[in-house]
Write a protein that binds this ligand. Sequence first.
Ligand code: SF4
Length: 396
Amino acid sequence: MTLITYMRIVILVIKITNMGIALYVHIPFCVQKCRYCDFVSYNYSPDLAQAYLKALEQEMLFYASSELVSNKKINTVFIGGGTPTVLATVELERLLVILKTYFSWSKETEVTVEANPGTLCKQKLTVLKNAGVNRLSLGVQACQSNLLALLGRVHNYDQAVQAVEWARQAGFDNLNLDLIFAIPHQTIKEWQESLTLLADLQPEHLSCYDLQLEDNTPLSVAVEQGKLLACSEESALAMYQETIAFLTGKGYSHYEISNFSKPGYQSEHNLCYWHNKQYLGLGLAAHSYINSTRWANTGNLEQYITKVSKEFLPVDERHQLTTSEMMSETVFMGLRLINGLQLDDFSSRFNCRVTDVWSEQINKLMKQGLLAMTATHLKLTKKGLPLANVVFREFV
Ligand code: SF4
């Protein structure tokens, strides 16, 4: 290793060590499995939830007293799943109490909880709000009963509307609604209707994802067997373009491939991922990225509880990233943002310019009209947006 390379690595480690972290907590329980879902989740039971919360507390205790995170500022908190709000009110209360026992953050910190409209009640929302949760992310996914049934969701559209109303009454002024398009048999008219209905609810943020048919899920099996017809690429593209046109027309800023927000309401937590910053993931199957190392917890619930109870870390995989891997990830995560990758940020992190590393690829993609370079950013063009994965492959 040359002295210059060595110095670059030392500077990089110092910079990374001094940054704050985002905190993610995984609650792996749901009412039932949705037909498209390949996340790690188990059907909720009070006994399992109790054992899990106990294990989670053990894991929190370990990290809170570890130098790895104890001296770092918590920039954002995100409680996701699964379905965190499937927990009973007292369990939610306990989760937030233990979280605040081991980690602290300021009043201004963004604290998000994911919620399924079929699992909410006024009481749970009040508990969340009083405990300092200031952002709610509701998985609405579709507004039509036929599509919700096809996805295997446990709620209907009326419950989503009710959940939004209750959340507002509880004092939530930062709501995200998740929606899915390119569902088998979904028409563009149904998609337009969903967008209109959800925009009418005036959420501060909307996440609109195209459905990925993950292997071995009931939905992908039904498509393989010809029982359902997958959405064509043309229809998916038309729905995506409609999303951008409609939501920007309603005053939402399109700031990431799939995300839209009212001014000042971008997801701070997700921005941490897109800026390839550090995060600590707690709980089953949670991922972490600190001091240029990535690790993932086991996805097996029994193993997680047993390991933690025996005071072992429940980590399954650990990988120390090379500088070149960190550069690649920084580029393709940054390109997910509509403004693109900040060129200065990349240079100051890695002590070289992005064009020093990928000049050939960047030139090729610019000639193809998929990438554009401004004085400050490298970004996907309008043509490049739906082809983001093709672009990202060039930087791996
Ligand atoms: S609610 Fe979310 S995590 Fe739970 S099964 Fe459905 S998609 Fe998966």
